[in-house]
Design a protein around this ligand. Structure first.
Ligand code: DC
Length: 212
């Protein structure tokens, strides 16, 4: 099986790029952030305390994820409370273990383009191509505002940027699988690139990897 791992901070364009690359190759797109969000939503809806590791692990274990199923309500998964809870839950090693096991099983069973934070470093270290996609905080905040349908005035963007930088810091400084750049990852800064440019760069990396 072949795999492309796309890691990076929130708002760097991972989902858009990963989806387009998967489409171009006919591979399965796997959004691992959605798995953390699904556990968060399950906990919030079930009134589960976010400190109750055993209950969180149960929710994670019961998620039926084949990597293609779209969540029941994608907008709900992106809501602020779910985003915040997902970041908390992502710092729990036992939850990460359960989800990483599911992600590895997916990568073993089919060709995947998998996006997340720890895919190249931890989940699929044998991936054919590892991309670390980033962009400036300002650009990422602008993209996030558009995604959330928020106005794109300077004040809103500054507010979103602050929240995004805070979440990056939490994701990068946690003990369990912090956001890191895999040593063999290709770093792409998408601040001044459009989606097609980035997709082309990723596909070029795959050509290069498979030519070796
Ligand atoms: O990519 P996203 O914003 O949907 O991710 C939601 C949260 O899950 C975010 O706080 C980062 C975390 N996450 C993670 O720790 N590891 C992953 N492989 C994917 C997401």
């Amino acid at each position: 099986m072949s795999a492309i791992a796309i890691d990076g901070p929130a708002g760097a364009g991972k989902s858009t790029v990963a989806r387009a690359v998967a489409e171009a190759l006919g591979w399965t797109y796997v959004d691992t952030g959605a798995m953390y969000r699904a556990v968060a939503l399950g906990a919030l809806e079930g009134g589960v305390d976010l400190g109750d590791v055993r209950a969180l692990v149960d929710i994670a274990g019961s998620l039926d994820l084949d990597g293609r199923a779209s969540p029941p309500d994608p907008a709900r998964l992106r809501a602020t409370d779910v985003t915040r809870a997902a970041s908390t839950i992502a710092s729990v090693p036992a939850v990460r273990e359960v989800l990483a096991r599911k992600q590895r099983a997916l990568a073993r069973s089919r060709d995947v383009v998998m996006e997340g934070r720890d895919i190249g470093a931890e989940v699929v270290p044998e991936a054919d191509v590892k991309i670390f996609l980033t962009a400036s905080p300002r650009v990422r905040a602008g993209r996030r505002a558009r995604q959330l349908g928020r106005p794109r005035d300077a004040r809103t963007i500054t507010e979103i940027e602050a929240a995004l930088v805070a979440r990056d810091e939490a994701d990068a400084s946690r003990d369990a699988s912090p956001l890191t750049i895999a040593v063999d990852a290709k770093v792409i800064d998408s601040s001044d690139l459009d989606v097609d440019d980035v997709v082309r760069l990723v596909l070029t990396e795959l050509d290069r990897a498979t030519d070796d």
